[in-house]
Write a protein that binds this ligand. Structure first.
Ligand code: PLP
Length: 330
């Protein structure tokens, strides 16, 4: 049965920014989760379609309060796309011009969506790493410096972690009635792991914080074996790293799973078919790791992971058989 009026009065918001956060939690009910219960926090229901709306507001408001961002100043950010979309919502409502630097492996839908929202998008190479002048983060920092723009830098911005420590973490704990055994997430900037992870550990010091990492990223070997490896490449957008971002407290994760692109993308497709929830490639990776964790348990546990962004953003890729076939993902 769908929701009835008796669930409480329906709130009317003054603007879309007020609608960020307070996202629903839904139980996975048609997929084998072993002895466990697996819940998805539907961050894709934020108005910008991803978890990054939360950090966009938090980082812009912090910069305003600290006097780093003045009225009319241009904002620039390095992003896989979702932080850019969140920033586009905030920038438009506050009147800041926005420039986005994005690696060229990201979906065309995100680029089109950003341009439609008035952002100027600059594409750069996906096949170079930190320290290379064409690496997206180095490029955004350089452009900011040369032009006097405000570089948000989610990878080193404490307001990113604060958004999740102050909102996402407490929401998860409340929605689970303080009865939660494990939380599974990925790392792009590390904001979710650090902010949510820190909050949840403070509520329960033996909670499992599980990293879902695309195979090829340097993080899973670091968490599981304290091993430093060279970064490879992967197709999941927005998670996996070639370095540990300065805001990321990777030590919080006590276990990690390396998930292949094939498994992550097929899990995203299965989630849509079986649960009616349409997520992107990174969330497919998170859910694949969460399912492995759940099925490996010998006792019943309550586990939460995130549906980080909407799969509508990947119709040309993960939900396109031709693209999947040409990348050997079917
Ligand atoms: C699309 C997307 N971007 C980024 C992230 C990672 O978030 P963070 O930048 O907080 O590490 C996720 C989460 O797992 C994600 O699904």
């Amino acid at each position: 049965m769908y929701r009835q009026q008796s669930d409480g009065p329906m709130k009317v918001f003054n603007n879309v920014l007020e609608m960020i956060g307070q996202t629903p939690m839904v139980k996975v009910s048609n997929i084998d989760t072993g002895p466990c219960e697996l819940y998805l926090k539907l961050e894709l229901m934020n108005p910008g379609g991803s978890i990054k709306d939360r950090i966009a507001v938090s980082m812009i408001e912090a910069a305003e309060q600290q006097g780093k961002l003045k009225p009319g100043m241009t904002i620039i950010e390095a992003t896989a796309g979702n932080t850019g979309l969140g920033l586009a919502l905030v920038a438009a409502s506050k009147g800041y011009p926005l420039r986005i630097v994005m690696p060229d492996k990201m979906s065309q839908e995100k680029v089109n969506n950003l341009r439609a929202m008035g952002a100027e998008v600059m594409m750069t190479r996906s096949d170079v790493q930190k320290g290379h002048p064409e690496y997206y983060q180095d490029m955004a920092a350089r452009l900011a410096e040369e032009n006097g723009w405000y570089y948000v830098n989610q990878f080193a911005n404490d307001a990113n972690v604060a958004a999740h420590y102050n909102t996402t973490g407490p929401e998860i704990w409340q929605q689970m009635d303080g009865n939660l055994d494990a939380f599974v997430c990925g790392v792009g900037s590390g904001g979710t792991l650090t902010g949510i992870g820190r909050y949840l550990r403070e509520q329960r010091d033996d909670i499992d914080l599980v990293l879902a990492d695309p195979a090829g990223s340097i993080l899973e070997p670091l968490v599981n074996r304290n091993e430093q490896v060279e970064a490879g490449s992967w197709l999941a957008e927005g998670i996996g790293e070639d370095f540990v971002p300065s805001i990321c407290d990777i030590q919080l994760a006590n276990k990690a799973y390396a998930i292949s692109d094939k498994e992550g993308m097929q899990t995203a497709r299965m989630l849509l078919e079986k649960e009616g929830v349409m997520v992107g490639s990174s969330s497919g990776t998170l859910i694949a790791a969460a399912l492995q964790y759940c099925r490996q348990q010998s006792e019943a546990k309550r586990v939460v992971t995130l549906a980080c962004d909407t799969g509508n953003r990947y119709l040309s890729k993960l939900f396109n058989d031709e693209w999947m076939r040409s990348n050997n993902l079917l």
